[in-house]
Write a protein that binds this ligand. Structure first.
Ligand code: GDP
Length: 451
């Protein structure tokens, strides 16, 4: 992104008609620009931080709109710079006129540029910046709770604490390296080993819960697999009827399968169905199977659905397709089964259900969510929620494991210190203390303009 020192501006609210729209200006000329275009009773230039002023936007002598102007002075603003927010009537025609006036003296902000400035000015760390975007896009209570905790520093705090603990060991290693030849260091190797092992455990736990955090944020991906006509679509329609349907969480999904998302007990659950594809013959059949395989590979869980009449052949074929995955076996159309058949189905650990009668859905739901119930305490203490964070934490865990191995193998303090340093660097990447322009651009490009 260009010019960190210039003043930037953008509409902060979505385009369209509404009660109000908000235009945001940030940078050293923000207050001056606002005072040039808005006529207020009291001077905006002399206003206090966190004050709101009623006035009119003017283009020369032509009045454009009645507005409220909020003033935030550096460093106590979202970006850490002077920020002015102009709330005008929610009409794109009005917004574009006011924005053109502002842009005579400011530059149009790029996506995420306000938040990037907040990061560069130390108002938030990288996990906070990511949380802003997550909060904007959260569609379930759990995703919202995690994003808010992260925005308020839960993950940052947890990483900082880990970093401090690693730094303490690193300092002891440095002393050991400096003084070893004089035999002056009285290093407590046993205590260091215990602390290092505990750090390894904690990082591994962080990575493990991170996988669940990822599911909280992106949704639990569930592939519906089974022969035609067993009721795959009916089952997911039954979920759509009983739960809150979510409009395509990730727009632009391919036509290879149907995707529907629902919120089940505050969790985003995305169902994938290759409905119809496998029913086509020959060549297309092959493509259909390839697609099912791809869908299965990308899913967190598989609902393997059959009906009482499904042949052993068909079942075996699907078992091959789904082997080595986390499979939940469902036998649909239990309304056509005898009590004895239902009991037998349960004995084999399968879930009997009837999409038609809405039977067995409760049990199915519980099974789907069984392993992803993150406690509020865990969320509060900070969890990882995206692939970037998880990759960095995994690297930190590996480096620390190497330190531990070095300690156990009696390798010198230099070796322990080296791996500890790598672990610190990986953790610093998570909070953005170490970051490349490339990484920052990738993160902030995902944002909308005005945020
Ligand atoms: P899909 O091809 O696997 O997606 O199957 P569908 O959901 O299209 O269902 C195939 C047929 O089975 C339809 O006629 C449904 O009405 C019927 N069906 C679905 N679920 C049930 C059920 O629980 N009981 C009974 N008796 N019929 C069902």
């Amino acid at each position: 992104m260009s010019g960190f020192h210039d003043t930037i501006a953008a509409e902060a609210t979505p385009k369209g008609h509404g009660g109000i729209s908000v235009l945001r200006i940030s940078g050293q000329d923000a207050i001056n620009i606002a005072s040039k275009i808005v006529r207020t009773h009291k001077s905006i230039e002399e206003s206090l931080s966190h004050s709101v002023h009623f006035g009119h936007v003017h283009d020369g002598n032509r009045r454009i709109d009645q507005v409220l102007v909020s003033v935030f002075r550096a460093p106590n603003s979202y970006t850490g710079e002077d920020v002015v927010e102009i709330s005008c009537h929610g009409n794109p025609f009005i917004v574009s006129q006011i924005l053109s006036l502002i842009l005579r003296d400011a530059r149009q902000a790029e996506p995420g540029e306000f938040t990037q400035r907040a990061f560069l000015n130390d108002r938030i760390d990288l996990t906070g910046a990511e949380a802003v975007n997550d909060l904007i896009h959260a569609q379930t209570k759990q995703a919202q709770a995690v994003a808010l905790e992260q925005l308020e520093g839960s993950l940052h705090h947890r990483i900082e604490t880990l970093l401090q603990r690693i730094t303490r060991i690193r300092m002891q290693m440095e002393i050991e390296i400096d003084l070893s030849d004089q035999d002056l260091a009285d290093t407590d190797w046993k205590a260091i080993r215990i602390e290092c092992a505990s750090l390894v455990d904690e990082l591994n736990e962080l990575v493990r819960t991170g996988q669940e955090g990822l599911i909280l944020r992106e949704g639990l991906k569930i592939a519906l697999v089974g022969p035609p006509n067993v009721g795959k679509s009916s089952i997911f329609n039954a979920f759509l009827e009983t739960e809150r349907a979510i409009v395509t969480p990730h727009p632009g999904t391919t036509r290879d399968y149907i995707e529907e998302a629902v919120a089940i007990e505050g969790y985003l659950v995305r169902f994938y169905d290759t409905a119809g594809i496998r029913e086509a013959p020959d060549e297309i059949e092959k493509i259909g199977i390839d697609r099912s395989e791809m869908m299965i590979r990308q899913s967190d869980r598989i609902l393997f659905i059959t009906e009482p009449g499904t042949t052993d052949d068909e079942t075996r074929r699907l078992e091959q397709l789904t082997e080595s995955h986390d499979v939940i076996r469902v036998i649909n159309k239990s309304d056509r089964m005898t009590d004895e058949e239902v009991a037998d189905c349960r004995r084999r650990g399968h879930i009997p259900c009837s999409a038609l009668r809405m039977d067995g859905l409760r049990e199915l739901k519980d099974r789907l969510l069984k392993d992803i119930r993150i406690s509020q305490n865990e969320i509060h203490s900070g969890i990882l929620t995206n692939a970037r964070q998880i990759a960095a934490a995994s690297r930190a865990a590996e480096s620390l494991s190497r330190s531990l191995a070095a300690l156990d193998g009696g390798a010198g303090a230099e070796f322990v210190a080296f791996d500890m340093k790598e672990a610190s660097q990986a953790l610093e990447e998570i909070i953005g203390r170490i970051s490349s322009d490339d990484l920052l651009n990738r993160i902030f490009d995902d944002f909308c303009v005005g945020k």
